[in-house]
Design a protein around this ligand. Sequence first.
Ligand SMILES: [Zn+2]
Length: 336
Amino acid sequence: MIPHHDFLALSRAHEWQLEPFSFSLPHGDRVEVWDTGVLLIDPLHAGHRAQIISCGIHGNETAPIELCNQLLGRLLAGELRACHKTLFIFGNPAAMNLAVREVEENLNRLFSGAHSRGAGHHNRERQRAARLEQYVERFFAGESRERCHYDLHTAIRDSRYEKFAVYPYLGEARSYSQEQVRFLAACGVRTFLLSASPTTTFSYFSSSRCQAHGFTVELGKVRPFGENDMSRFADTYAALEALVTEDALPAAPWQRDEYRFFAIARVLNKHSDAFRFLFDDDVANFTAFSRGTVLAEDGDLRYQVEAEAEAVVFPNAKVAIGQRTVLLVVPTTLWQ
Ligand SMILES: [Zn+2]
């Protein structure tokens, strides 16, 4: 039903919409295509997790897209068999075809209802965000299994820590999961950013709205399709394959010294077109600056490092007014 078991190619051929269809794999497990880039594998004897693996929310973040399509292709071909109910999402096929991050608007700023805020804004990414929210809610509706969502990305710039994950704000009632952190370590991620407030990302939506263990996972630096050194993702691929095909969650041991946690101390938003950073354009994520250093100016506003040291993550001055330009983070600890 899916030519060459290549769901990514089918999705890229139907950029914004694909009529739903379903079929069974030879061993009886169900496959349901819900839309372009959205495919459910529902095993006959599903295990104790209901999990979403998403990628390509930004169209040019190719390595996770290739990893997911490789895994999904092997499942569809019958070389591997899913143990858990798994929803695969390729977020923005139209942007992939253009080799750009977004067609009109950053999809990962449009969740938790942001797609419907702001007068006069209608574009395809907003429609897509609204539909992806519906698919996530449908997937988790009435679900008593453990809920997980891993949203896979690559960063625009180099990083002192190549792979890292953003742990969305959990509110007062929920606590961090060491088991989930250890799973991400099996993926090669040992650096975690603990978010301190609600946001409009995909992983925060699943976490807050559906009580899933949700993460934005950054796997390295953006490169064009076919130019990724896939050996850098071998541990990630192996962990994702085990996530889908094995009963137990693959997890690295807990060794405190091997994990790094940062708290998001401040978020700088852009107030005017005069916003500019005072550090080099090519500074790596997690580069730290000491107290008093002026990091950015925005008209009359000047932003200095307030703590003993603050490190910059995701600096990007070329965002729309009102959007985030950078996260400022400070080291913290968990489970000490
Ligand atoms: Zn991204």
